[in-house]
Design a protein around this ligand. Sequence first.
Ligand code: ADP
Ligand code: MG
Length: 634
Amino acid sequence: MNKKQRRWRDRIVAAIVIFFAIMALEKTGALEAVFSEAAVYAAFALYFAVFLLAGHDVLLKAWRNIRRGDPFDEAFLMTVATIGAFATIFFPETEPQSAEGCAVMLFYQVGELFQSYAVGKSRKSIADMMDIAPDYANIERDGELVEVDPDEIAVGDVIVVKPGERVPIDGVVTQGASQLDTAALTGESVPRHVEPGADVISGCINMTGILRIRTTKPFGESTVSRILELVENASEKKAKTENFITRFARVYTPVVTIAAVVLAIVPPLLGWGPWTDWVLRGLTFLVVSCPCALVISVPLSFFGGIGGASKLGILVKGSNYLELLSKVDTVVFDKTGTLTNGTFNVVAVHPEAGVDPDYVLSNAAYAEAMSDHPIAISIKQAYAGEIDQARIKDVKEESGHGVEATVDERVVLVGNDKLMAEHGSSWHECDLTGTILHVAVDGVYAGHIVIADVVKEDAADAIRDLHAAGVKKCVMLTGDRRDVAEAVAEKLGLDEVHAQLLPEDKVNAVEGLLAHQHGDGKLAFVGDGINDAPVLMRADVGIAMGAMGSDAAIEAADVVLMDDKPSKIAQAMRIARKTMRIVWQNIIFAIGIKVLILVLAAVGVANMWLAVFGDVGVAIIAILNAMRAMRIDE
Ligand code: ADP
Ligand code: MG
């Protein structure tokens, strides 16, 4: 609670205490003993004073809204209803409603206070969890460490991260070894060991040793800054349900207000009973016309769901994606880097007769030097030698095919049979199961490298979990060879595989699957963004691997998995469904109770007490329910 809320709370608590004190005086007959005939006026004055103490801010707000010509909000409704209740004092034939008028304002304020607290709390818990943005970075100047604004660090500068500090900027370790706590980013509790050469992302906590890190990104583009931006913008992308509620509230409030006026005026004009009776029913209507419970609890639930997901390292970019995620029944995976690790081992090098295997490997490594494709990275790793960048030029990467580069004035092609066919080069098939990289130099076939990738540890579990969560179809798309694709599919229990696809074929395949979707079911595509950003955009929900995925993927995706674990998808779906359940519980509960009270008020059974308890009670229950969305049971 902040200072303003605390002062507000104290004021309301004081008002409630005084309120009950006055009530005690009234009920015990003490007021009557002192003021005799004028006791009702004394009670009126006392209650009105408490009313002003508790509600002057609401009255002021209503007044401001009226002057702005935009009166239809809760402050206005509460003002009219409460002043109306107090006004009964001027109609001697009715029971005065001073206590009711005062109570409506008091409880309304209790509800408001509670709301502001709940919103603040969920904001804070997201902020806490997102409290991963360090506000300084250490650099070494003349042998001493100085703290500087992380914004001032240029790419390539070396920063120092001491044990206990957060890594402020993404980079590569140049010196030191340590354990990194990545829990805030990925929900993963086992620390990660890093040593020179390891990539580190900002937001992790350095636990044991001093690290020197050469930054690879500016602060603004580092993981922390990007995550914070995502979370901050998430509430702007509203779910359909959320928009529906906003529209509903915009209609509901004026309709009930008009109904209140009609109820207060028409029946007595028709001579169906005394004015005061009907006016009171009208006022009760006004109290019920506040849509607060709905208006606040629905976005709060989504907010909680997004917050809960990010605790597990699942970044959802908007409530709308949470809503879509809850309806996913088809999940389409990219293979490399998504279901597999994307770190290929060289299984065999098969040179042509008379060709040195090293010649095949070194040409491949040189041609791949500029590429970020997992295959390229693995080949560079397998080739132990230094790569002299000056010997390479005219690099052309053809997605889904391979690369073409000029190395020492010779044109080197590295890629699959499609690439070879396209350039009119000859090649040999290979009977080993694996991804085959053909290498041709100046149009002469040099041989091929057989590489193999490993499926991710949790990939099989991920598919099983998805099926258990009611996903009907898990599909894998890959640009790799059919035998590799089928081996992976069998191992993981996938329902469908499409192999040897070019990036544009992947879009077509997803479009084909989308065309077969029926009913409410949605399609999610999961990829690492290498060659598949267009598919991420095309799917109903695009899910990207965040740690190893490309920047393009993180941009294009709707959901980002920070730790690249496919098993997080089923977890994300469970959170999404829980959130939607809570949202609908709140909607049905709140509307149901409102309608019930409206009916009871119209027939004269419900009084103002019931109305205000209904309103505030429903709001509080709905808010408490909404906050459940944030809790994660792992
Ligand atoms: P996936 O669909 O499994 O993610 P990609 O679409 O990225 O795979 O690539 C499909 C195929 O294209 C690879 O299996 C490989 O044969 C070839 N390929 C793509 N990029 C490269 C590269 N940089 N070097 C060599 N081969 C490549
Ligand atoms: Mg890929």
